[in-house]
Write a protein that binds this ligand. Structure first.
Ligand SMILES: [Zn+2]
Length: 221
């Protein structure tokens, strides 16, 4: 089973914006909840307990990657994301197997708006990084569209973008993490799982460069 470190970074966020990540009220902590999804295929008790899929090893806490104090609260340009991801992960290679670490950058919002998350890829926006090694989650945009279930939406979006890191495509037919989020509300708990087909793909993480992070560029199929 593939073992990959999971690292979180914060870009341009107010200091309290990531309080939920380190909140002692969350049991288990947020990073561990994300990792559990990939171990079990679900956070929903009814769907938990499937065969282990991927072991994501959470690095608790987060790295503040904000460039300057004046940038706090500002939307981020996509060119910033690659540089930030490289700061978080360092230089790594996915040529012979999964990259050692994948990263999630929690930030304000995309300059073009109306996005909750973005998986960005090798060579996009002018950088030359391994393919599919990380993603962004736009906390301000989620707050703009949600007054309740904000933590649930952040978990859903984080797992959804990590799904893209493992080359999972959108699926707007089945209830799963790979649904595109609606602006109007967070999905109920039964959507917080991967389908059997999605789990089958995740299980190929050790052997298939089309699945392992860093193995092949993103493409729609
Ligand atoms: Zn998506």
């Amino acid at each position: 089973m593939a073992r990959i470190s999971l690292k979180f970074g914060a870009l341009n966020l107010w200091p309290d914006a990531l309080g939920f990540l380190e909140s002692s009220a969350l049991d288990p902590p947020f990073q561990e909840r994300v990792a559990m999804v990939f171990e079990q295929g679900s956070t929903h008790p009814e769907y938990a307990g499937s065969a282990p899929v991927i072991e994501l090893i959470p690095e608790l806490g987060y790295t503040d990657l904000t460039q300057q104090a004046g940038d706090i609260g500002k939307p981020v340009e996509r060119v910033q994301l690659n540089a930030t991801l490289e700061s978080l992960l360092g230089k790594q290679s996915g040529e012979d197997g999964p990259v050692p670490s994948v990263g999630i950058i929690f930030t304000t919002q995309d300059a073009y708006k109306y996005l909750f998350g973005l998986m960005f890829d090798q060579g996009e926006f002018g950088a030359h990084l391994p393919a599919r090694e990380g993603a962004a989650v736009y906390l301000d945009e989620i707050h703009n569209f949600r007054s309740t279930e904000i933590e649930e939406q952040i978990l859903f979006t984080t797992v959804h973008e990590l799904g893209h890191v493992f080359h999972l495509q959108h699926n707007d037919v089945s209830a799963s993490f790979m649904r595109r989020s609606h602006k109007t509300g967070t999905y109920p708990a039964r959507y917080f799982k991967f389908t059997r087909r999605q789990n089958d793909q995740l299980r190929k993480c050790d052997t298939d460069p089309e699945v392992w992070p860093g193995g092949s560029p993103w493409r729609y199929s």
